[in-house]
Each structure stands twice: as C-alpha cells, then as structure tokens.
Design a protein around this ligand. Structure first.
Ligand SMILES: [Zn+2]
Length: 313
C-alpha cells in the first residue's frame, strides 16, 4: 500500500518523460568554465537538450535483456539447468533494468551540474569577496550542492520532496546496515537542501566503484537468502532515480532562462489552444510535473485536455 503522499506521484517513467519534454522545450545552453593557471576560461557548453536526451532514454527503457544460454550447452540435456538459467536471467534483468535507468538519470544529473557551473562561478566570486579563504569546489556536483545550500536554500521545492527524502534515508540506513558500504556523509538529515543529492551521489559512487551489491537469485540461491534483500535493492534504485530526477527539477528551477525552443513557440502559437497551452507550460510546471494531474506534455494528456477545452468551447 502506498501512502497518501506517494500515491499523488506519477509513475516514474511518466515523471521522466514529462521532465524530458520540459528540458527539450527549454533548449537552454550555459557556458562551462575551467580554472587553468589561476585563470577562469570558458571551455565548453552545457545544454538542457542533453539532459533531455538522457531522460528520454530513461523514460523509454523497458527491459534490459540477458541471454544466459550464450555460452551454456547444458540446456540440451538438462531441463532443470535451463529453468535455473531462465530464472537467473529474469532475476538479474529485474535488477539491472532499474539500475540502468538510474545510470541514465545520473548522466542527466551530471549535465545538470555542468549547466549550473556559470552560476557557481558568479556566486563563488561574490562570496569570495566577503571571505577570501573560501574554498573553491572543484567538481560540478559539489558546486551544485554549494549553490543549493548557500544561494538557493529558500527555493520552493517540488511538492512532497521532503517526504521522499525521508523515505529514501530510511531505506539507505537499512542498506548501509545490510551491506556496510561507506558513505561520506552522516546518515541523518542535516536539513540542508543538498542532503537528498548527497545520498544519490553516494549510491551512484557505490555503483561506479563496483561495490553496489548484485544480489543472488532468491529462487536458486544456495545460501539462506532473505527475500527482503532484493526488495531493499529495488527500493534503493527506485528512490535514487526519483530523488535524482526531482533534483534536476530543483536545480533547473533555479537556473533555467525560460523557454527558448522553436517547439515551445510552435505549441503556444497554436491558433486554437496556444493561449491555453501557454498557461499550462510554465516554469511553475517544473515544480509539479511529478504529480498526477490533467495536463501533461505527453501526447495522450494533451489530446485529453484539448478535447475537454473543445467541449468547453
Ligand atoms: Zn509516502
């Protein structure tokens, strides 16, 4: 049973799809700087279009398939060995599909960090005037976390974000107890805006460093296997994906420069409903696109709402 707050959420793939569409409608770009020999130089650019592409992949991902028989010949003579391989493939696929989805979302999050770099350089330079011993954050994720805590701390976050972070933390504590993987933060909510992001970064690092557990198939495990372990892993991946996606919403909410795409102009220039769409496709929608509602950037919601508007005349 889902709690009341969680049942207000759209399913994760639709949440991802809406954010992908939103980022694509923005089509913002932002300079990315690099410090070399004490001089700040513009090196590359970050694009919301790239964020959109990774989110689109994450939203469209259905199933990562495995072929357990590729180098096995036992199934020719032993049916039960075949059953076990099938069962293993099904089990592994049920873990690596959400894991792959989380990695795609993490790539979208990386590009979001890069997108905020110019904001970081601007605010860091100002803060340094007041405190010249202020340490410069080297990597983009730490820069984004600094912006959240020091510059955007009063930002209005997407509805129920705090509730999701609480749920995530409870699962992360269980995971830490079970697998003893190390975290570079205290597993207590410090009340900072960047806390959810820090949890995501730690889990992402566990995967990158190969210590994230690929748990055994409970059906064929030779050891005494607790089926709750698999659920725990799936919950960690689900929460990590949701919190990472909501952080893209939070960060872009503070740093985007409004809609700059042709497609946005095309939608809002629609002779019948352009003016109504313009009232729906707003920066405010970025804070609410994870919730169930009549309006959606996905086509089926758009057709549904257009036909309601048609009836209203
Ligand atoms: Zn809940």
């Amino acid at each position: 049973m889902k709690c009341e707050k969680c049942s207000e959420f759209r399913e994760l793939p639709l949440h991802l799809h809406e954010l992908y569409m939103f980022c694509d409608l923005l089509r913002n770009k932002s300079d990315v700087y690099k410090l070399s020999k004490n001089e700040l130089k513009q090196e590359t650019e970050a694009h919301t279009e790239s964020i959109a592409k990774w989110l689109k992949l994450a939203s469209q991902l259905d199933n990562v398939q495995l072929n357990p028989f590729r180098y096995e010949e036992a199934h020719y003579w032993c049916e039960s060995a075949g059953d076990e391989l099938d069962s293993d493939a099904y089990h592994n696929s049920s873990i690596i599909t959400p894991l792959t989805r989380f990695l795609f979302i993490s790539n979208a999050l990386e590009e979001t960090y890069r997108f905020t770099n110019s904001q970081y350089e601007f605010h860091y330079a100002r803060a340094q005037l007041k405190n010249n011993s202020l340490e410069r954050k080297r990597n983009y994720s730490a820069q984004a976390a600094w912006l959240l805590d020091e510059v955007y701390s009063d930002l209005e976050v997407p509805l129920h974000y705090g509730h999701k972070v609480d749920g995530y933390l409870a699962q992360v504590k269980e995971y830490q107890k079970r697998f003893d993987n190390s975290f570079d933060i205290q597993l207590e909510n410090n009340g900072k805006l960047s806390f959810g992001l820090s949890l995501v970064r730690n889990i992402r690092n566990h995967i990158a460093h190969g210590v994230f557990p690929i748990v055994d198939n409970p059906e064929y495990s030779h050891e005494c296997f607790n089926p709750k372990t698999k659920n725990l892993i799936l919950n960690i991946l689900g929460f990590s994906s949701r919190i990472a996606t909501m952080n893209i919403q939070i960060i872009l909410n503070a740093t985007h420069h409004g809609f700059e795409s042709e497609f946005y102009r095309y939608l809002c220039g629609d002779p019948d409903f352009g003016h109504k769409l313009e009232q729906c496709i707003t920066p405010e929608y970025l804070r609410r696109l994870h919730l169930k509602q009549d309006f959606g950037l996905n086509e089926s919601s758009q057709w549904a709402i257009r036909s309601t508007w048609e009836e209203e005349g």
